[in-house]
Ligand binder design. Structure first.
Ligand SMILES: C[C@@](CO)(OP(=O)(O)O)[C@H](O)COP(=O)(O)OP(=O)(O)OC[C@H]1O[C@@H](n2ccc(N)nc2=O)[C@H](O)[C@@H]1O
Ligand SMILES: Nc1ncnc2c1ncn2[C@@H]1O[C@H](COP(=O)(O)OP(=O)(O)O)[C@@H](O)[C@H]1O
Length: 278
């Protein structure tokens, strides 16, 4: 089952709530590139992730946490063996961990035949991370609140070149920076689609992470470079794959990258639709 990446095409910070979380406006689109998970049924109720991710203990992995939460809340006696093909860089702002969690929820909902509706899975997902619900829904969306109020949206589906600065950006660190601007006035989706939108995290991320600043300078030579989420990844959009590939070939080896197409429906949901028809 695919666990696609996302991009934040823009990210405005409107304010900070009493619990420390930030009020955002952001535009999510999926990429046709991501991790892959494999699930096999276990009758003994155990959850085993057979792939190690460096720096993430088994029980803290969002895949295991998502599986255990679903199992507990659904009171399900079944378990699962899980394998992960990790392609997405961690702490990259392209949502790898959140997407893995969402794929686990939808994958096990299917495998365990729980028949939970999407609303309930999205609600459980939100308790695992602010970005999980959009992956559960699988539709490009304008997000508000802390990222959980989703309005599906039809965007053009350009090709993106995503460059991966070799540094892990901590989301918590960026959101707790006193210099972060938190007073962008709310805007309507319509004005966004007419152009405009920026990423309020950019100044703080650039200042703290020279690797990200350098990547932006490099990519800006070819295309208008943007930051996704709190970084570290930076990206630019292109009308076709060839143009994106051409620029990718000109980036130095110290700045790895990939090319993928923007998608309004996530690959996970396409796959689930195909499985439902069988
Ligand atoms: C801001 C975004 C944009 O997509 O950044 P990226 O992580 O993708 O770069 C996300 O909403 C992040 O989502 P996610 O990575 O799931 O965040 P969580 O685990 O829920 O939160 C990590 C930490 O970020 C801060 N946080 C997160 C979301 C939010 N609306 N306000 C916050 O202040 C909080 O300090 C929180 O403890
Ligand atoms: N399955 C997972 N994949 C990636 N990261 C995970 C996973 N489970 C837990 N994490 C933790 O979540 C953090 C953020 O991961 P990730 O979603 O890749 O970044 P971002 O939110 O910046 O896109 C990682 O640094 C890691 O500690």
């Amino acid at each position: 089952m695919p666990a696609p990446a996302k991009l934040n095409l823009m990210l405005h910070i409107l304010g900070r709530r009493a619990d420390g979380y930030h009020e955002l406006q952001t535009l999510f689109q999926f990429l046709d590139y991501g991790d892959e998970l494999t699930f096999a049924l276990r009758a003994d109720g155990q959850i085993h992730l057979h792939t190690d991710i460096r720096g993430v203990p088994h029980d803290s992995n969002l895949i295991v946490r998502a599986a255990r939460q679903l199992q507990r809340q659904a009171n399900c006696p079944l378990g699962a063996d899980i394998w992960l093909n990790k392609r997405l860089p961690m702490g990259g702002g392209i949502g790898g961990g959140s997407s893995d969690a969402a794929t686990t929820l939808l994958g096990l909902n299917h495998l365990w035949q729980l028949d939970w509706p999407e609303d309930r899975l999205a609600e459980l997902g939100l308790s695992l991370g602010a970005d999980v619900p959009v992956f559960v829904r699988g539709r490009a969306a304008f997000a508000e609140g802390v990222g959980e109020k989703l309005t599906p949206i039809e965007l053009s589906e350009p090709w993106f070149l995503v460059a991966i600065p070799q540094v892990l950006v901590s989301t918590v660190e960026i959101f707790s920076d006193p210099e972060l601007t938190r007073d962008t006035p709310p805007i309507k989706v319509r004005s966004l689609l007419e152009g405009g939108g920026h990423n309020d995290c950019l100044p703080v991320v650039q200042k703290r992470y020279p690797e990200v600043r350098n990547a932006l300078i490099l990519l800006n030579k070819f295309v208008q470079a943007r930051l996704t989420g709190t970084g570290a990844c930076v990206f630019g959009s292109f009308p076709n794959k060839d143009d994106a590939d051409k620029v990718a070939r000109q980036l130095p080896a110290t700045l790895p990258s990939f090319v993928a197409q923007g998608r309004n429906i996530s690959m996970l949901h396409r796959k689930l639709e195909i499985m439902a028809k069988k």
